[in-house]
Design a protein around this ligand. Sequence first.
Ligand SMILES: [Fe+2]
Ligand SMILES: [Fe+2]
Length: 196
Amino acid sequence: MEKLIDLESVKLILKERLKPKRYLHSIGVSNTSVRLAKLYGVCEKKAEIAGILHDYARNLSHDELSQYINEFKIATDEVIDTQVDLAHGLIGAELVKNKFNIEDEDILNAIRYHTTGRKHMSKLEKIIYLADYIEPNRKAAEVEKIRSIALYDLNKAVLMALDNCIKYVIKKGLLLHNNSILARNSLILERISVKT
Ligand SMILES: [Fe+2]
Ligand SMILES: [Fe+2]
C-alpha cells in the first residue's frame, strides 16, 4: 500500500502542468483504472495513483525529454531515440518518484511501460495500459467493444488495445517498439496457458 500521498494536491499540480484535455484524460484513466482494479483484485489506491500520474511527463518537449534521458541515465534504443515521445512513460516514472516520493515499483512500472507495454506485465501495468485506451474521453478504434470486454477478460481487452495501437503505428509508418511485440506475444502465451 502506497504511503500517504495527497491526491488532491497531486491533481492541482497536474492541472497546472498538463493541457486541459490531457488533464481530463488523466482523471479518466485514473477513474477507469480504479474500476478495473476493483474487478480484477488489484489495490485500488495504487491504480488511482498510477492512473492519475501516468502522463506526468506528457507535456515535455523533445529537448526536455532528451535532457531527462541523459539526467536519469535511461537506457534507450534506436526506436526511442527516433521517437522520443515514447520516453514520456520512462521519464514520468522517474519524475514522480522524486516529486511525490513514490517507491512502489509496480506503480512506477505501470507508468514506465504504459506507452509500449512489455513482456510479463503485472495486472496493474495491464490495467493502466488498458485504461489509457478506453477511458471515457477516448474515441479509439473498437473502443466500445474493448470497453465491454474489459469487464470480464482483462488479457483479451489489453491484447485488443495493443493490437489496435500496433495497427496505428503501422498505418502511420512509424517505428514499432520491441516491447510492444514482446507484450503481445506474452499476452497471447498467457491466454493459451489459461485455456490449456
Ligand atoms: Fe502516455
Ligand atoms: Fe495517457
